[in-house]
Design a protein around this ligand. Structure first.
Ligand code: ZN
Length: 186
């Protein structure tokens, strides 16, 4: 029998149920509260996530769901649009510090925003809030702060990293061949 998904509005939770295809469209009792739950299509889960905040999986494993992917914590920080920080790190690796160009771009944006606000206030108008821009800029500041803190933590952890080269696997290389070669060259 195939597995179908059902949504319990009482619990704001989604659960799976083995059902015969014939009876799949019938409402099923929620395993937690017994309320009649209607079947949802797999693609609908995302819609529930957006509309109702954070539906849980039943049985509740204490995890959270972010666009159909299970994560260990809810989003509590400024992140890339629609990206959970853990999943983002998995996909793209750890965040990188902003490049010089990105920093210039940010400074430009900040200056034009301040200009705009000043002009608005001079004209006796309350500056309109650009939520998207504000979040974007906050994101940049957070990223700068986080990557700088991470770099500093790494530096403290490995103060002599330069003298103990690492292999790609992250393990310390035994410095036999490389150091000898370097000495011969220089
Ligand atoms: Zn329920």
């Amino acid at each position: 029998m195939p597995i179908y998904e059902y949504y319990c509005a009482e619990c704001n939770g989604v659960f799976e149920q083995l059902m015969s295809a014939k009876r799949a469209s019938e409402a099923q009792p929620c395993p937690q509260c017994d309320a009649e739950s209607r079947r949802i299509m797999p693609t609908e889960f995302q819609a529930f996530t957006v509309r109702d905040g954070a539906p849980r999986r039943i049985p509740d494993r204490g995890t959270y769901w972010h666009f159909e992917q299970e994560v260990g914590r809810p989003v509590t920080e400024t992140v890339q649009l629609n990206e959970h920080p853990d999943l983002f790190a998995e996909k793209y690796g750890p965040e990188k510090p902003p490049t010089a160009e990105e920093q210039d771009e940010f400074a430009e944006k900040l200056m034009s925003r301040l200009d705009y606000e000043e002009n608005a206030l001079n004209a006796g108008v309350v500056p309109t809030d650009d939520t998207y821009q504000r979040q974007n800029m906050q994101q940049f500041v957070d990223r700068t702060r986080k990557t700088a803190a991470a770099a500093e933590a790494l530096r403290r952890k490995q103060p002599n990293e330069a003298s103990t080269p690492k292999t790609r696997s992250g393990e310390h290389e035994t410095p036999k061949k490389t150091t000898r070669k370097k000495k011969e060259e220089s």
